[in-house]
Design a protein around this ligand. Sequence first.
Ligand code: SF4
Ligand code: SF4
Length: 134
Amino acid sequence: MSDKLDDQPVPRWLAAACTGCGKCCIDTNYMRSLPATKSDIRRWRREGREDILEYVDFVGAGVYVLWVKEGVESSRCPFVRKTRGKPTFHCTIHESRPEACRGYPLTAGQMVKLGCEIVGEIEAVALRISFAKK
Ligand code: SF4
Ligand code: SF4
């Protein structure tokens, strides 16, 4: 993977192509890199979301990491659920999800590493455009 791809910002409108495959919520390595912002912490405290706060670990110097409970890192987000009757996943704290999740995907490299299915949607659109031009 090139550094250039890692740095490529992704336009926000692409999030609309999300298929709900859930990889961004169940990928073990990605989970272990998710931060919580100070603004997330303030919001969860204000909303009394102890159920979320118990999965946040303060590692010092103003840095909080998700999803760690009593020193044990979760291999997947504790708030992701399989959608009944569908091959998709959904977020059970969508209205109060962390900023890291609101901002995903940030870069093209992040999507490729995760196997995010938005990449396939982009490729399909690019193919349709290239055929339409012929
Ligand atoms: S909080 Fe929601 S969007 Fe974020 S990782 Fe968990 S299930 Fe996914
Ligand atoms: S990995 Fe991509 S397509 Fe899958 S749920 Fe996450 S954003 Fe959507």
